[in-house]
Design a protein around this ligand. Sequence first.
Ligand SMILES: [Zn+2]
Length: 281
Amino acid sequence: MKKAVFISIIVSGLALAGISSAAGFSVRLSNAYPTQGDTIIIGVYGSASTPQTAALGGQTASFFPFGGKYVAALGLKVTAPAGWQKVTLNFADGAVVTRWVDVLKKNIVVENLPIPPSLGVTAPQLVQSLTDENTIINKIVATVTPHSYISKYFGLPLANNTYITDRYGILRKTGDQEIWHLGTDFAAPAGSIVGAMNAGIVRFATSTFSYGNMVVVDHGEGIYSMYLHMSKILVSVGQAVRQGQTLGLVGDTGFSTGDHLHISIKVNGVTVDPLRFVNVF
Ligand SMILES: [Zn+2]
């Protein structure tokens, strides 16, 4: 009797959307119909051969153990090609498994955003400083630490994360300049504690011209979180942090017009939607 119940659970489990089984193991995608800017988490369960890499387009991610399975994270750019895209999984024994995802177009909000005079810069100056700082950040997040520091799912950084003022995927037009907003902004009182979204190592903790006081945390395996515009930084480069550990305090530094926290998530160098990232990982 017990055996019969067990079998029925297995059958119903395999019937769930997104789960498929081959050669005694199963592959589960967090979403087979992701939107531009999403992260696809691929889970491999019960495989005798260790899954090694997952690839989509020109992006390759390594699998790592997490919660009794192996996972890999692939990020979709806000401008990623829409339509069916192939995900290729490579296993240690040479096996290759493919899955398909149908990438949906994101509804991009275009905003006309003149630069507030209080910031004291022109649009080209702003774009130049963002370009310079992005070059530094891109170099940091291009480094893939071949180890995961995390043991829990990601969380949001504030005690109260409900006051979202600007979301991911806004195209801001300032004169003839275009600036993508590829993070999430939370309004919060100055001095609110900013906690690490997961465990990791601090790779950047410096005051910058446009992003203000900024901290970048390396979670390993190509996943980074970033915290901008803080009034104060309370960690230093090389420091190990646990999930929720204080990184700094909410502020209004850099190109900011009020106390708020901007967070960004980088997955294999791709800037993904932080809110949708924490939904899947
Ligand atoms: Zn922002």
